[in-house]
Design a protein around this ligand. Structure first.
Ligand code: 5SP
Ligand code: CO
Length: 219
């Protein structure tokens, strides 16, 4: 079985001492940094933008996995590449010309990710899955950390895994929202490769230990 990836979401970190939490992730067993960019239009919340991503990139020593919850993401693809982002995920629902957007992300030297809202069916990716590096299945409605996991996600992961197998692609499956040590194993068993976790890690008493707990649950 290939190595599973844990991606702590800095949305749940202490913004008044971000460097401390970045160093915690650097030193931990976690694999990636997950950065949630929200514009207050695509989702009803504003998180952080370019100056903060730049500051994070300066200290982070692991893969930067940026999740854009913004309208017209094409406008900022080159900017995120210049900031050192490795994986750039856009929302299916926010892209008028998804295929073009995916190509633009790859042309800028990043891995291309596509996120699906809970209401968006996996079948809609049938014509683009071969071009996508990462599909991010939202297991909550995007916009906020700390929400409850939507149980229907397991079936979506299985559907996506079947599509990936049928199309013989190497696309990775990422799950984002409400991930804990209670649902992690079931998600990996269903086919998930990457687990994003915000509140479960950063609101715990001992975040590095919680990361180890998550890793042990899925290995
Ligand atoms: O993209 C999002 C929310 O829109 C996520 O990345 C959250 O930040 C995950 O937080 P938790 O649900 O794990 O608290
Ligand atoms: Co996210």
């Amino acid at each position: 079985m290939s190595k599973k990836i844990i991606a702590p979401s800095l949305l749940a970190a202490n913004f008044a001492n971000l460097q401390h939490d970045i160093e915690m992730v650097n030193q931990s067993e976690a694999d990636w940094f997950h950065l949630d960019i929200m514009d207050g239009v695509y989702v009803p919340n504003i998180s952080f933008g370019m100056p903060v991503v730049k500051a994070i990139a300066k200290y982070a020593k692991k893969i930067l996995d940026a999740h854009l919850m913004i309208v017209e993401p094409d406008r900022y693809i080159q900017t995120f590449a210049d900031l050192g982002v490795n994986n750039l995920t856009v929302h299916y629902e926010a892209c008028t010309h998804l295929h073009r957007t995916i190509q633009a992300i790859k042309d800028a030297g990043m891995k291309a990710g596509v996120a699906l809202n809970p209401h968006t069916n996996i079948d809609l990716l049938e014509d683009t899955i071969s071009d996508i590096d990462i599909v991010c299945i939202m297991s909550v409605n995007p916009g906020f950390g700390g929400q409850s996991f939507i149980e229907n996600t397991y079936d979506k992961v299985k559907d996506l895994k079947s599509l990936i197998k049928a199309k013989k692609t190497k696309t990775l499956i990422e799950i984002d929202g409400g991930v804990t040590s209670k649902n992690a194993k079931k998600l990996v068993d269903a086919g998930a490769d990457i687990l994003v976790a915000g509140s479960f890690i950063f609101k715990s008493e001992n975040p590095p230990q919680t990361i180890i707990e998550l890793k042990n649950t899925i290995s």
